[in-house]
Design a binder for this molecule. Structure first.
Ligand code: SF4
Length: 505
């Protein structure tokens, strides 16, 4: 199997950097129907540009390359131990080359292993089959959307939809609720895999396996095919929009399977995947390990460019900010304004925020910009370069952010998905603002970064360290201002009303 490792490395690289055609087509379709000149349309345009950039550069589409999950089918007699070893080697090599972010963290110590290897990572499932080739499928699903997976034990009461019973209508309500609760935090428009039945643990696995179906296939079970079509239509009426900005584009796919269950249990398990829906597969020659065929790709069809224009469509009405930023500049901003940041910014996510609760920051954050981001970085000589750097889900920092703003004087927080009331109060009280970047637009934002000026708290590992960046025209939208307004709260309320309208009498 002399080609096995290089074939697997190619699979990982392509999965991380090149979205499959069915996902491209689905994103193209929602972009075409989104209302022009809205924030959702703007986000979709950046997403399209980012997809093109990632493919051109062979770099991660999103900086969060997730928990690599492999599904392997082998003919009887093939040595699965060898394949497992080759997968691990390929994962470590892909991480070294900046195709995967070091994402494997010891759950007890918080130590990042640095190579994506560790206890139960990557995830590998083996099955035997009666074909001659080996088949390897891979999905890279990041933490933001993984956190929006949800499991319902019916009967249950659902916000805005009332009771979900143990029947198809109850299932329908659960799935619509799952789309609604994700809002922008899972980087909408997303796709969902659903398992009706099974037990708690396997139900989640089966839901994730549904994400290996192509978005344009038709469920062979006519009952489920009808339900999938119905959900697609209804979910796109809820109004979540790209990145939760409000709009028509909420869902690009819904794939449902039904498994047998215990009489006493009725679970509906939902795996939510973001727009950066990275899954590919290969068939491998069982003797050499060479790639014989790509799955999800059509060799006859060229990969179409996604974007119509390049970069962020500027209107001239953008507000330019450069740190140190004053309270007066912040108070002049309101929800909906587009901001371009120039100059310095600092990254900080979970570990940095926890650190700042007990320790002063390693730099003066007064008037500064704090970016919720766990980048992919590579060291070339003694210089760091940014390989991918989109925003991460901000809600995880909700318990800490008010303290960070009030104690250290941060004026601008950038992330995605919005934050809660405690942060909103701090923004208003201190005079700070929250900007929503486009989640997953890791290449788009990496190109706004001119220089990595420093790395602080390196022991936290690459994604969690505090990086000092110099940026130019870093574009984001004010979604929480210093006057107590939150676009996220407004969209959640509005979409809740739309969800309630989908309740059948
Ligand atoms: S696109 Fe968003 S949800 Fe998906 S992996 Fe990237 S940051 Fe996470």
């Amino acid at each position: 199997m002399e080609f096995l490792e290089s074939s697997l490395l190619e699979l990982i690289t392509q999965t991380s950097s090149n979205l499959p055609p069915d996902v491209r087509a689905a994103l193209g379709m929602v972009s075409a129907t989104e209302t022009p000149n809205t924030q959702s349309a703007q986000a979709l345009s950046i997403i399209a540009t980012n997809i093109d950039m990632a493919q051109e550069e062979e770099s991660p589409i999103c900086q969060d390359t997730g928990m690599p999950t492999f599904i392997v089918h082998t003919p009887v007699g093939v040595n699965q131990i060898k394949i497992k070893k080759a997968i691990k080697k390929a994962v470590a090599e892909a991480t070294k080359r900046g195709k995967l972010r070091p994402n494997s963290v010891d759950s007890l110590t918080g130590h990042n292993t640095g190579d994506n290897l560790g206890v139960e990572t990557p995830v590998i499932h083996f099955e035997q089959w009666e074909e001659d080739d080996i088949e390897v499928k891979l999905i890279l699903k990041g933490g933001g959307c993984e956190n929006k997976n949800i499991q319902y034990s019916v009967p249950c009461e659902l916000e805005h939809l009332g009771r979900a019973d143990r029947n198809l209508e109850g299932v329908r309500k659960c799935i619509l609720h799952a789309v609604w609760q994700a809002q922008g935090q899972g980087c909408a428009p997303g796709a969902i895999g659903v398992c009706i039945g099974s037990d708690r643990a396997h139900g989640y696995s089966l839901a994730k396996y549904e994400l290996f179906r192509t978005l344009d296939d038709v469920n062979p079970n006519p009952v489920l095919a009808k339900l999938e079509a119905e959900i697609m239509e209804e979910a796109n009426k809820i109004g979540v929009g790209a990145m939760g900005f409000g709009g028509k584009a909420s869902l690009i796919g819904c794939k449902i399977m039904a498994a047998n269950r215990l009489p006493a249990s009725f679970f509906v398990s939902v795996a939510y995947d973001c727009w950066a829906y990275r899954r590919l597969g290969v068939k491998l020659d069982a003797t050499t390990g060479a790639i014989t065929k790509w799955i999800y790709r059509d060799p006859e069809r060229a990969i179409d460019k996604m974007s119509k224009e390049s970069g962020f469509p500027l209107t001239g009405r953008e507000v330019v900010l450069e740190a140190p930023i004053t309270e007066e500049q912040i108070r002049a901003l309101k929800v909906g304004d587009v901001v371009l940041i120039n100059g310095d910014m600092y990254t900080g996510r979970d570990a940095v925020h926890a650190y700042l609760m007990k320790n002063p920051p390693p730099v003066d954050l007064n008037g500064q910009v704090l970016y919720h981001c766990g980048p992919v970085m590579m060291k070339q000589g003694d210089r760091w370069t940014v390989k991918a750097a989109g925003p991460t889900t901000s809600s995880r920092e909700e318990p800490y952010e008010a303290h960070v703003i009030n104690t250290y004087g941060v004026r601008v927080v950038i992330g995605k998905g919005g934050m809660g009331q405690k942060t909103l109060d701090a923004l208003k009280g201190f005079g700070a603002v929250y900007l929503n970047g486009i989640g997953g637009a890791a290449q788009f934002y990496a190109r706004s970064i001119n220089e990595v000026k420093g790395q602080y708290l390196p022991d936290f590992g690459i994604p969690e360290a505090m990086w000092h960046l110099r940026v130019e025209n870093f574009a984001a939208i004010v979604t929480m201002d210093a006057h107590g307004n939150s676009l996220h709260a407004d969209v959640e309320q509005e979409t809740g009303r739309h969800l309630a309208e989908l309740q059948k009498v």
